[in-house]
Design a protein around this ligand. Structure first.
Ligand SMILES: NC(=O)C1=CN([C@@H]2O[C@H](COP(=O)(O)OP(=O)(O)OC[C@H]3O[C@@H](n4cnc5c(N)ncnc54)[C@H](O)[C@@H]3O)[C@@H](O)[C@H]2O)C=CC1
Ligand SMILES: O=C(O)C1=N[C@H](C(=O)O)C[C@H](O)C1
Length: 272
């Protein structure tokens, strides 16, 4: 037995799931008490250490979130929108901190998460790395300093398995640029250009998505005017940066009141 917060990792066989399992196992601030996979996944019932190709660690993979969450202090969840919405309700019932990295959530999904956050702590961010959260701040500041002579374009690149676009990070950056400019992102957002699109509309915030190979995650915020360009860039080369942020959030969340939080709260970064 230990007093350390017990963590359940959902989507344990995924790219982030495996990264998170390794990060929790390596941490002396929390302990891995459960791993979840979807019903029918061939990891279910196996010891997760063995499923990952190593030695047994005494934690078997479950497909039952109700039982897994019952004794958890935190759920770290990088899965898919439908799964995350279901987990939010169950995590709230278990009064466990729910750390959500899942992207591609709709406005309706986010409303459901906000409802669950009335009963438990939810920390959600499209990107949990320190570097990106700093880039979000910088983007807001630069956008506030420049006028619409500067076209803003968010360019993101990810591995070929990624299923959502623009990325969650790109949307955070677009939101920050819109806030800096004092506009509402959905009024000026321009994504998925194809065909005879017409010239760029002044003031639009554009999104360009590249998908290829094993790119972990790269984001540029381009401010382009006549005669000059500014580019703010973040490059993730190792998913460990996201896992590190998620663990920090799970531990930070233990001492917070129920509510919806972001990595800005966890990292102590100001919104200004
Ligand atoms: N916020 C952040 O810092 C980051 C967010 N992400 C996001 O995390 C999510 C997952 O990314 P990856 O790990 O690359 O995807 P992945 O496809 O490798 O892993 C997702 C895992 O979730 C599992 N899963 C799906 N439904 C489930 C259910 N109902 N119950 C249990 N497990 C379920 C799948 O079987 C799979 O193992 C994506 O939305 C991605 O955009 C990824 C990296 C960083
Ligand atoms: O799917 C990924 O891989 C990533 N998703 C997040 C996003 O949508 O921004 C974060 C990171 O870029 C990796």
């Amino acid at each position: 037995m230990t007093d350390l917060p017990g963590i359940v990792v959902t989507g344990g066989s995924g790219r982030m799931g495996q990264m998170l399992i390794n990060a929790v196992q390596a941490s002396d601030a929390c302990t891995l008490i459960g791993v979840l996979e979807r019903v029918g996944h061939d990891w279910v019932g196996q010891d997760v250490g063995i499923a990952m190709g190593g030695a047994a660690i005494g934690v078997s993979v479950s497909d039952d979130p109700v039982t897994s969450f019952a004794s958890a202090q935190a759920i770290i969840d990088f899965t898919a929108p439908a799964a995350t919405i279901g987990f939010a309700e169950l995590a709230a019932q278990a009064r466990a901190v729910h750390v959500i990295g899942t992207t591609g959530l709709t406005e309706g999904d986010i409303a459901k998460l906000d409802a669950a956050a009335r009963h438990a702590v939810i920390v959600r961010a499209g990107n949990m790395s320190l570097g990106v959260n700093l880039l979000v701040q910088l983007t807001k500041k630069v956008a506030a300093a420049l006028d619409e002579d500067f076209d803003i374009e968010i360019i993101e690149a990810h591995h070929h398995h990624k299923i959502d676009a623009p990325s969650g990070t790109a949307l955070m950056l677009g939101e920050a640029a819109a806030q800096g400019r004092g506009v509402v992102l959905k009024d000026v957002s321009d994504s998925g250009r194809d065909g005879i699109t017409g010239a760029r509309t002044r003031g639009d915030i554009g999104f360009t998505a590249i998908r290829g190979g094993d790119i972990v995650g790269e984001h540029d915020v381009l401010f382009a005017a006549a005669g000059e360009r500014i580019k703010l860039t973040h490059i993730a080369t190792d998913r460990a940066v996201f896992a590190r942020g998620a663990l920090k959030a799970a531990i930070w969340g233990q001492t917070q009141k129920p509510g919806s939080y972001t990595m800005f709260d966890v990292l102590g970064l100001s919104e200004d």
